[in-house]
Every structure is written in C-alpha cells, then in structure tokens.
Ligand binder design. Structure first.
Ligand code: ARG
Length: 560
C-alpha cells in the first residue's frame, strides 16, 4: 500500500507532526502530494522549500524502487511521482491490510423497538452499522454484530392494557406491527378522555415486571411478532445480521438491581429528591438518572448493564454504537458513568448520524407529519428502480426486472446514505438517488455491468495474463494509480467511522473505468498481448468495485 508507506515513512522521518497526504487533482502535480515540509519547516524555523527538498531527498533514498521523481512545488509542497513499472506491477495485488489482528469490535446497529414499525432513522443505523461492521471485518477485526432491541419500558404496560381491551387477533396475525401500532395509538387517544387509563397501563407494566404469566405471554408474543417483521426488513435490505447477538433491553432486568447496589456501595450513585443519580458535573453533563422516584429504571440503566455485559463477555477493543445524533447526550452520560466504573480499556464510541430530509429540505414525514415507515420507503424505491431498469432493458422479462429492481433499489438507498458523512442530514431525492448518470448507487452498479459486458464480448483471451508493460495509455495509468489506494480507502472508513471515503473512492473508480473504455476500444485491439492485459485490468477493476460495493452492503450486477 503505497499511500500508507508514504505516510508512515514521513511520520518516522518527521515525528510528532500532523500533516496531510493528498492525491492532486491534476496528475501533472504528482501522484501524491504532501504539506509536511511546511509543518517541519515551521517547527525548525527553516525555509519550507529547503525543507521540501530534504523531504524529497529522503523519499528518493528510501523509496527508490517505487519513485520516479519527487518535486518541490510552489512555496514548499512535495509532489511525488510513481514509476510506471511499479504501478504496473502492483496491479492485482491484494491490498487490504490486516490492522485488526487479534482485536475484537462490537458494532451495535439497527436496534429497533418492538411493537413499532422500523422507521427511517433505523434505516440509517442499519445501513451505516452494517457497512462499518463489514469494513472492520475486512481489515481483520473479529466483529460481533449486535442488535439491541427496545423491548422494555412502561409503554408495554399501555400496549398490554390496550390489547386486553380491544384485541383483534386476526389483524395481529396478518399485520402484526400495524395492529400493535393501532392499539397503542388508540390507547393514547382514549387517555385524553379517560385519564385513568394511564394508571391501568402502569399497573399492567408492574405486573409484567413482577412476572405475571398472562402479561408475560402477551409481551412475548408482541416481541416474537416484531422480531419476525424486523427479519423480513433485514432480508429485503440485504442486511447481514445473521449470527448477530440479539439482546433486548429486557434481558438486563435482573442485572439492574445488583448494578445499582454496586454503584451506591462505590459511592458513585447518590439519592436526589427520591431518585437515584450519578452526578456528572465534573464532566459538565447533567446527572445520569438511574432510577426514578417511583422505583422504575430507565433506558440509561439498561444500557449501562448491557455495556458492562458486553465488556465482560467479549473484552472488545472497541464498542461502536450506531445511533442517531439525537441520543448524543445519552451516550455522553453512559460513557461518563462507564469511565467511573473502571471497566478496563474498551473504547466506547457513539457513531452518530443525522436526519433524513425530504426534497424540500424538511424532515421526511408523512403528509400528516408522522414518521415514515421503512417498508413504505422500500416499496417506493423498488417501484422507481423498476422503471429505471425497464427503461434500460425494455425487452427484459418481468421477473428479471423485479429481481434487478430490488438490488438497484437497495443499492440506491444505501449509497445515498453512505456517500455522505454520517453526521450530516441526508436528502431523499429519488431522481438523484436513481440517476444512472450521477453519483448514485445505480451508477456504480451500471459501471460494473458495463465492464462485465466487455468481458463477455472478449472471447477466450479474457483469461490470459498478458504483458503489463503494455498498459501505458493515460487512462490506464490513472486506473492503476487509483487501484493502489483501495486498501487505504477501506482502512480510513474504520479509522474515521464513516463510509463516505470508500463511496467516493468507488465512484472515482467507476468514472475512471468509464473514461477508459470510452477512450480505449479494448476488444478491438489487434495486439493480442495488449488486449489480454487490458482485460486483466478490467477484471481487477471489477473485483475492487465488487468488493467495495459489498463492503457498503450493495450488490454488483452483471447487467442492469
Ligand atoms: N431502540 C432505540 C431507538 O430506537 C435505539 C437503541 C440504541 N442503542 C443503545 N444501546 N441505546 O431509539
């Protein structure tokens, strides 16, 4: 991995400095460029151009077999040019390094709430978390995927009460989540005129907590039905939660009392107005509420028990929580309490993400202002993707259109999310998301399909190795150079907890590939050795595209 080598070498030669390594937009400015000389010169009170010349000399000494030349540019930039033969020889080298050896990471994502539809926020968590888990696995981590189901809390008392009053078991069988939602909404509506229902709900929850069999059975049924629906969503979204650890908040009920007692014994938790809190003023945070004055425990308490459990059972190097921005305070408090509990060296990270906005720039919602159910979004994406696929292939059979449209729709949704930094809000602009000519998932899938077409039309030559020194066209050199950065792009995603770098990398790879076969008629080449090596380049680009798309949770398509 050249880029990593360059970075590591500079860091070793000039220790303690923060610097950038970039790929200049214009290849005349080098294959890579760095600002290290400015940083080093400033510290040593030297002229940056002199410092840059020293950097160049050192790099030429250490990287002689890779570097063609190194230039000092402008006020002190260092521009590095690679040898063609080095680039040619790197073609096809497997390039993802094993950074995670012997390390484990728990990636928690999705984490929907039972009895409610998965919504668009869960979609973001699911898409980002799944891709992050893939990336960590690719760089050699032992990855534990975790789904923390919201299945406990006073709202289930209300739901049980509503069920007892107005149950419709046929509806529950047929459309479980819709029916549970109906019951819950009805309960809240009725509460407006019958405030005593509030107590009824509390009472049902108390019974559930105390192990009442009837309530336990009803709750269990709601839970199973909900999990079944979630699985259906994961399948439709091609999400790899197979083998994931699925724990509900309810699983930690029994641990809450001893945990709280321990916190009190250690002097970490204190009584305040009847409630039990951990004072976090030292962290400039509001107090963490562990138990309300009525004795009820909270989301935070269950999260704390779960965090302790994850650390004790799995001893991970890191735990990532892929959860919306809105819960930032919750996680700051959780992690602050974790630090006080001295649970070892596990690093806990809140991987935050922003909202989903409609084309009007407002939070995406139904016409009545309610949250949009994930399934509706998915249905719409498939409908629109089918139009795109039919537009490209009017002769395709309906079943094939459907199959391809599913893959295109899922790819469009995921790419639209991942191409942006998770912290930013994302916009749902259907036309842009599905634009075969723009920076979209379908564009990448289409690029792959076109490369497949070239291989299909190539005949037997496709499997011959060919002579790499024949790859001299500027578009070939640009592809070779870009291929070199694949492993770096993947590793950066894990480092930054963001997938947009890999998405951009793949988009650029697809653009370069498109430019390549527009300028070079690969299959028309009469030079057999050159045609063979060109096809090898095409195959390598396809492999990287495919691996990259799969890391993002997308599928490559042989045809669109
Ligand atoms: N169930 C929660 C929700 O839908 C998300 C859970 C996030 N994970 C956690 N460990 N608190 O809002």
């Amino acid at each position: 991995m050249f880029r990593q080598w360059l970075h590591d070498t500079l860091a070793r030669l000039y220790p303690g400095h923060l610097f950038d390594v970039l790929v200049p937009p214009d290849p005349a400015m080098g294959d890579y460029s760095t600002n290290i000389a400015f940083v080093a010169a400033k510290a040593a009170k030297k002229n940056p151009r002199d410092a840059a010349q020293e950097v160049c000399d050192a790099l030429m000494r250490e990287g002689a077999e890779m570097l063609e030349r190194c230039e000092v540019a402008g006020p002190g930039f260092v521009n590095v040019f690679l040898k063609d033969v080095y680039l040619q020889h790197q073609l096809g080298e497997a390039s993802i390094s094993n950074l995670g050896q012997n390390k484990r990471v728990i990636v928690e994502y999705s984490s929907p709430n039972i009895a409610k539809p998965m919504h668009i926020g869960h979609l973001r968590s699911t898409i980002i978390g799944d891709a992050l888990a893939n990336v960590y696995a690719a760089i050699g981590y032992d990855v534990v995927r975790w789904n923390f189901i919201g299945d406990w809390g006073t709202q289930f008392g209300k739901l049980i009460a509503a069920y007892k009053r107005w149950k419709d078991d046929d509806a529950l069988r047929e459309h479980p989540i819709r029916e549970m939602l109906r019951l819950y909404v009805k309960f809240h509506d009725e509460m407006k005129t019958h405030p005593e229902l509030e107590r009824e709900g509390q009472e049902e929850f108390r019974k559930l907590e105390e192990g009442d069999i009837e309530n336990g059975d009803i709750w269990m049924r709601f839970r199973e039905l909900s999990l079944g629906e979630f699985d259906r969503m994961y399948e439709r979204l091609h999400i790899g939660l197979k083998g994931a650890v699925i724990h509900g908040e309810s699983d930690y009920e029994a641990e809450l009392k001893p945990l709280i007692e321990r916190l009190v014994a250690q002097g970490l938790a204190t009584e305040s107005e009847g409630a039990l809190i951990v004072d976090l003023s030292e962290n400039n945070l509001p107090p963490a509420l562990l138990r309300k004055s009525d004795g009820a425990t909270l989301y935070l308490t269950r999260d704390l028990a779960s965090l302790e459990d994850r650390i004790k059972k799995y001893a991970p190097a890191k735990i990532l929580y892929v959860v919306a921005n809105q819960q930032a305070l919750h996680f700051e408090q959780l992690f602050a309490v974790k630090d006080r509990l001295k649970l070892g060296s596990t690093e806990a990270v809140h991987v935050k993400f922003g909202m989903v906005l409609g084309e009007d720039g407002k939070k995406l919602a139904t016409r009545e202002g309610k949250v949009i159910a994930l399934e509706e979004v998915l249905d719409e994406a498939v409908r629109r993707a089918a139009d795109v696929v039919k537009g490209k292939n009017p002769e395709l059979a309906d079943a094939d259109v459907q199959r391809i449209a599913n893959t295109v729709a899922v790819g469009a949704l995921k790419y639209n999310d991942l191409r942006q930094h998770p912290h930013s809000d994302i916009v749902f602009d259907w036309d842009a998301m599905l634009d075969l000519g723009g920076n979209s998932g379908p564009y990448l899938q289409y690029a792959y399909a076109r490369l497949s077409g070239i291989l299909r039309n190539a005949g037997d030559v496709a499997d011959v190795a060919g002579d790499r020194s024949l790859l001299t066209h500027p578009t070939e050199r640009a592809l070779l150079r870009h291929l070199l950065d694949f492993g770096y792009a993947v590793a950066q995603c894990a480092h930054l907890y963001a997938l947009n770098g890999l998405a951009l990398y793949l988009y650029q790879l697809a653009e370069l590939a498109n430019r390549y076969y527009e300028q070079v008629r690969i299959n028309d080449d009469d030079n057999g050795a050159r045609k063979a090596v060109r096809l090898m380049l095409v195959r390598t680009v396809m492999e990287r595209l495919k691996t990259g798309l799969e890391l993002l949770g997308m599928e490559a398509l042989e045809r669109i």
